[in-house]
Design a protein around this ligand. Structure first.
Ligand code: NAG
Ligand code: NAG
Length: 615
């Protein structure tokens, strides 16, 4: 392959955000590209092995470490474990009198000015050391706050914990693991060296948010972790206060960890956290439709109309309610217009193929990842709508469908759109190191959350209505994991009951295993947040452009103290947790200041906000 082409393809790979919105042709194209790059760089075998990350530069002050974690927290008799990867830095920890950081002897600071922040990992790209340096995960909120507190004399330990069954924290095959754990027999340990234990990627038995919450709690309470990082203060009664952070699914875990274990976790920030599990989630595309019409973010009514009408035009053609200009076949016409890989034969192969081409948009609207200052073509709603309006104005004879086709072409160039349902099923059906993260998340949607972004006939979806019903997603759960639609429904109901959704009323079962709360930190009464106290200490932050805000605790939805809900105008999916940039708008900067203030007040720190300092 020519290098220039390869570089071009690499540039097309957009960073996957937490909780992907799966536009199947785009996803299939991304899979194809990642295969190409893997082959050309020849690193496939290495990527699955435990090894130092490329991103860990020599200057990095972030340590990559492993914690021996219980595999099943709900079976006291189980002794199986797995290695959970975590990252740590003492960058913001004072260590007077020593050259190195943080010597216990010299650590004479009392607990009142020491805190530990935990960035929780989740689905999507595996964590690496950048999680504690600069990444989309916990930078603009957690790391910057730690920095500010440090400037004011606080010591803040920073941790990032990878989620089980993602990245390098995939449990090893149970058989090989048991033998490697057996430290007593020399014979056996040498045997296990011959056959290096390897994850069994088809076995997802202990993957769940419930286990993940317990992972967080076990990690935080581990004497090993506390001593390894000198978190115990001299006065044992004065424990270091832990604050959890996370965006998207990790945001859910952050809030649930505090909700279920208030005596262990002092406070939690849940950024863009859709805590209300839901099988059928048409509000996602309804929200996208509204975003398209939103002038403040560069959308507009005309832009929205063209997207809606363009899709209606396609549906009319396909359903025989409008005729093809040259009297041809509708499938053939659409396949050509939108450059479908394999043409009409492939598209017409199954109704599902047609659905995945048009039911999630023949063009994808970047609501969730909307970045007002991005530079690539069509990368945000403003640029997309500008292109649509420009095309419409300069070609008044073009129908909306043809405008969408032009935009689609602009976006994909020569690359055809892969609208092949079977390819998608096949991708998920073959467990391997490369698709492990994707499979793990799909599994969690089938067994816990749903979150299927449908475009139902009676919705306000701007795409082809009726072409993405939830039966498609249920089919995927069935075909990939053998999980029946009935079981998916039951599981989601169970998740809602267990955590209490956006009412924050966890079930007795969920609270049962909670470490007994004591003292003033016991904020949960009868399994619910005590509304009489102002000590919820769970902060929900949502972007109003982000479709996931529909399932989050916000001013409009769910139960929360008013002062622990922040809505960020113009912001997409936890945009404020990303790197801090010059181009960040006022609303983003302001949201961060609010987070710093709220968390600082939880810690009893003087507000770490430049604004508040003025007072
Ligand atoms: C991997 O896990 C699956 C599902 O639990 C199991 O059926 C299979 O036998 C396992 N494979 C190996 C090699 O252990
Ligand atoms: C079919 O097209 C006609 C004329 O454009 C329109 O009035 C009618 O509502 C359409 N029917 C459906 C089912 O879309």
């Amino acid at each position: 392959m020519r290098l220039s082409l390869l570089l071009h393809l690499l540039a097309l790979v957009t960073p996957t955000l937490a909780i992907p919105s799966h536009h199947i042709p785009d996803k299939l194209a991304q899979i194809k590209r990642s295969k190409l790059t893997t082959i050309s760089s020849g690193s496939e075998a290495d990527s699955s092995k435990k090894k130092a990350h490329l991103t860990q530069s020599a200057e990095s002050d972030v340590q990559t470490l492993y914690f021996t974690q219980q595999l099943d927290h709900f079976d006291p008799s189980s002794t199986s474990t797995f290695q959970q990867r975590y990252f740590y830095t003492d960058r913001f920890v004072y260590s007077p009198n020593t050259n190195g950081h943080n010597n216990l002897e010299s650590n004479n600071r009392d607990g009142e000015t020491t805190a530990a922040f935990l960035c929780i990992g989740g689905e999507g790209p595996s964590l690496d050391t950048s999680a504690l340096i600069n990444s989309i995960h916990c930078t603009g909120d957690m790391i910057e706050l730690a920095n500010r507190l440090y400037q004011e004399g606080w010591s803040v330990h920073l941790f990032a914990l990878e989620h089980r069954y993602y990245g390098d924290s995939f449990p090893l095959d149970s058989d090989s693991q048991e033998s490697s754990e057996d430290e007593s027999a020399e014979d056996e340990s040498s045997e296990s060296e011959e056959e290096e234990p390897f994850p069994n990627y088809s076995d997802l038995t202990y993957l769940s948010s419930r286990q993940a919450v317990r992972d967080v709690i076990t990690f935080i309470q581990s004497p090993q972790i506390l001593s390894a990082h000198y978190l115990s203060t001299k006065d044992d009664n004065d424990d270091v206060q832990w604050i959890t952070f996370g965006g998207s699914y990790p945001g859910m875990l952050s809030t649930w960890s505090r909700l279920l274990h208030p005596s262990i976790i002092h406070g939690a920030v849940g950024n863009s956290a859709p805590v209300q599990a839901e099988l059928d989630f048409p509000q996602y595309y309804n929200h996208v439709g509204r975003d398209l019409g939103e002038e403040e973010i560069g959308g507009g009514e005309e832009c929205r109309r063209i997207v809606v009408d363009g899709h209606e035009e396609i549906v009319d053609l396909l359903e025989g309610n409008a005729s093809i200009p040259d009297g041809g076949d509708a499938i053939e016409y659409i396949a050509q217009l939108f450059n479908v890989c394999g043409g009409a034969d492939a598209l017409g192969d199954s109704q599902r193929n047609v659905e995945i081409l048009i039911g999630d948009g023949v063009i994808r609207v970047p609501s969730q990842e909307n970045d007002p200052s991005c530079e690539k073509e069509l990368c945000n709603i403003e640029k997309l709508c500008n292109a649509i309006i420009t095309e419409s104005k300069s070609n008044p004879e073009k129908s909306p469908m043809h405008i969408l086709a032009t935009i689609n072409n602009l976006k994909h160039g020569d690359e055809c759109s892969d609208a092949d349902w079977q390819d998608y099923i096949d991708y998920y059906s073959n467990p391997n190191p490369m698709n492990a993260n994707d499979r793990s998340w799909l599994y969690q949607t089938c067994t816990e959350f749903g979150f299927y972004q449908t475009c139902n006939s009676d919705s306000d979806c701007p795409y082809a209505k009726g072409y993405h019903e939830v039966d498609r997603d249920l089919e995927l759960c069935q075909k990939v994991f053998g999980i029946s639609p009935e079981d998916v429904r039951t599981s989601i109901q169970s998740t809602l009951e267990y955590y209490g959704g956006w009412n924050l009323t966890p079930s007795a079962e969920a609270m049962e295993g909670a470490v007994p709360a004591s003292g003033p930190r016991n904020l949960l009464i009868n399994g619910g947040i005590n509304a009489d106290t102002n000590d919820q200490r769970i902060l929900f932050v949502n972007g109003d452009v982000d479709p996931w805000s529909e399932l989050a605790v916000s001013e409009q939805r769910g139960v929360s103290n008013d002062d622990e809900v922040i809505s960020v105008p113009g912001a997409s999916h936890h945009f404020w947790t990303h790197k801090i940039k010059e181009s960040d708008g006022d609303a983003i900067v302001d949201a961060r200041e609010q987070i710093y203030n709220v968390v600082s007040s939880w810690l009893g720190a003087a507000a770490a906000s430049s604004i508040a300092e003025v007072e």
